[in-house]
Design a protein. Sequence first.
Length: 371
Amino acid sequence: MKLLIYIARFIVGIVFIFSGTVKAIDPAGSVIKFQDYFSAFGLTFLNDLSLLFTILLCTAEFLAGISVLFNIRFRQGTWLVIIMMSLFTPLTLVLALTNPVSDCGCFGDAIVLTNWETFLKNIILLIPSIWLFLNRKRYLPEGSVMKDITIAGSIALLFIMFLLFNLRYLPVIDFRPYKTGTYIPDQMVIPEGKPVDKYETTFIYEKDGVQKEFDLTNYPADDTAWKFVDQKSVLVSKGYEPPIHDFILTNLNNIDITDQILSSDNYTVLMVARKVSETDPALLEQGYALGRFCKDNSIDFYILTSSASQELSSISNDHTYLMVDEITLKTMIRSNPGYLMLKKGTILHKWSWAGLPGEEEILQIILNNKN
């Protein structure tokens, strides 16, 4: 009996600690995931509370895991575990059946699971969770109430500080494909032998006022009585998708200059401002000043944004704006604005607006890279 409880404590504790930690490492990603859920379920009025929900959820997961694993207020910890499992298990079943969001985000970007995999994970985890809950009275508190509250409160405070640090600067571990050191072109290639998307194409022809669908094997190519009406392509099976599959940079004239930037021998700084009109003006001016500095020191500088081209045309500065999908920008860097330094397609550095180095430090970085 004791052995089973210890095993259950270890499994539940580790899973909850890991789940809370990876969310705290990338809190901006968890905020985005909450907003995806709110959008899917018509609850967008809750978007402004996404950060609060992120802090509450991952802190609760982490504390529940600590409580169960280290017997700190064990009974309360098992209650927290069973409440969350009772909420998440039916929720993930709904997600698996309806698929409004492709990835539940339970382990952030560290481990990406499909909705059915997430539901199966919860069913498996529910077994030791129930076992611990039923046996919760076997464990007596090892410390006084005040001691345990002090320990739990201190852990929660440090955990939230860690989360806010990652939010203000950048995740201490980057689980996404645009991590520092990445050679972007390599991440855009489909390896030889990997499956590609398969589509089923049907052709709609009309004869004597009657429309009929044909496939590639039987369409009436030589029968002139049939008149072509339309063509449909349906995805039959999803092929391999490279880690970076949507990195496309186009200027305001709709010219794709992605290859030009990725093959440039120059040091290039990319400033990411998802929506210029929604970005803090003081932080934008910080970026514009950096752009002027880059121009004076022969460093290429571009502003990547998903703002409308009409809005960008009305901005009076000499910087070059490139149009990029907003989801891609969120994947590239969590900060808004945020900055990437590239050379020949390799990401050398990434900074949030709060961690942006000074001008002399940037020159020193370039000098060190040359050496």
